[in-house]
Design a protein around this ligand. Structure first.
Ligand code: MG
Length: 301
């Protein structure tokens, strides 16, 4: 089953509707179920069987705007350094246990939405990631129990400012800024995805391939990550866990490459689909003198 959120034109989030993708088109589930996206669906605990029989109205996919399937996740947990090939490209040993960090709901962006490059960075980069969507409350579960907590999977782009990632010495601004987690285009349920450790993953910028790998390169597999996170963090329905990125990001290319206004990022995982997000440069809001003064006040305060 492939679930998605969409709207019929306009950027109004209130107009978002939940749909199920079928061969004939998108079946609109909102009227019947009264929920606007996958996150709401999971929070309400509506059983999957009900989805299969709900919604008669068919919508032409070409006539809609795709939305992030979960617009306000309670948590976005991410994993750093979780691909062997990504560790190799930066000449570091894989970590001994999953390295968790987080993004907030402000980072969620729709498939197709623009991502603004903040003026604070010269080194904007992308990371194509397999994201787990949690289906039930889970605390201190085992690796074997993890499968029962996973509702499905989606694609997430862990957009990153490499200069701030280094300078800040932790990753909140570098990875948590607005729209730094484009997500979608659908959530594919776990039964349909098959083996989550055998999915081809690719990213491209302006049509040129940057990353081309598979989820078999993960240091810690999906089940291990879910179990590990649940040891200390109660997972809730609709939470999202981005499981790390493979080799090929711009920062570790030779020479390094970074994103700028006009570039188009594409992240794709086989069996789920692709999201494309254009980059735009932020407009100056303060002139240099005012910006410097503003920072001075913050530091002095
Ligand atoms: Mg990442």
């Amino acid at each position: 089953m492939q679930l998605l959120a969409f709207s019929r034109g306009g950027a109004d989030r209130a107009g978002t509707r939940l749909g199920i993708r079928t061969d004939a088109g998108i079946r609109d589930l909102t009227e019947r179920l009264g929920v606007a996206d996958v996150g709401e669906l999971l929070s309400r605990g509506i059983p999957a069987d009900e989805l299969r029989t709900s919604g008669r109205e068919l919508v032409d996919p070409a006539s809609v705007t795709m939305r992030a399937p979960i617009s306000r996740p309670g948590k976005i947990i991410c994993v750093g350094l979780n691909y062997h090939d990504h560790c190799r490209e930066q000449h570091v040993e894989p970590p001994r246990y999953p390295m968790l960090f987080s993004k907030f709901a402000n980072a969620v962006a729709d498939p197709g939405a623009t991502v603004t490059r903040p003026r604070a960075t010269e080194k904007l980069d992308l990371e194509c990631e397999l994201a787990v969507v949690i289906g039930r409350r889970a605390s201190r579960i085992t690796r074997e129990e993890a499968a029962s907590a996973i509702f499905g999977y989606t694609v997430l782009n862990d957009v990153t400012m490499r200069d701030l990632q280094k300078e800040d010495r932790q990753w909140l601004r570098a990875k948590g800024s607005d729209r730094f987690a484009p997500m979608g285009p659908v959530v594919v349920t776990a039964d349909e995805i098959g083996d989550p450790q055998a999915l081809r993953m690719r990213s491209a910028v302006n049509g040129e391939t940057w990353q081309d790998s598979t989820s078999a390169e993960m240091v810690f597999d999906v089940a291990s990550i879910v179990a590990f996170a649940s040891r200390t963090i109660t997972l809730e329905p609709g939470d999202v866990i981005a499981t790390g990125t493979p080799a090929g990001v711009g920062h570790y290319q030779s020479p390094p490459r970074y994103l700028t206004g006009g570039d188009v990022m594409r992240c794709e995982i086989k069996g789920i689909g692709a999201i494309e997000n254009p980059v735009v440069d932020d407009e100056p809001r303060l002139d240099d003198h005012e910006a410097a003064a503003g920072i001075g006040e913050l530091v002095a305060g």
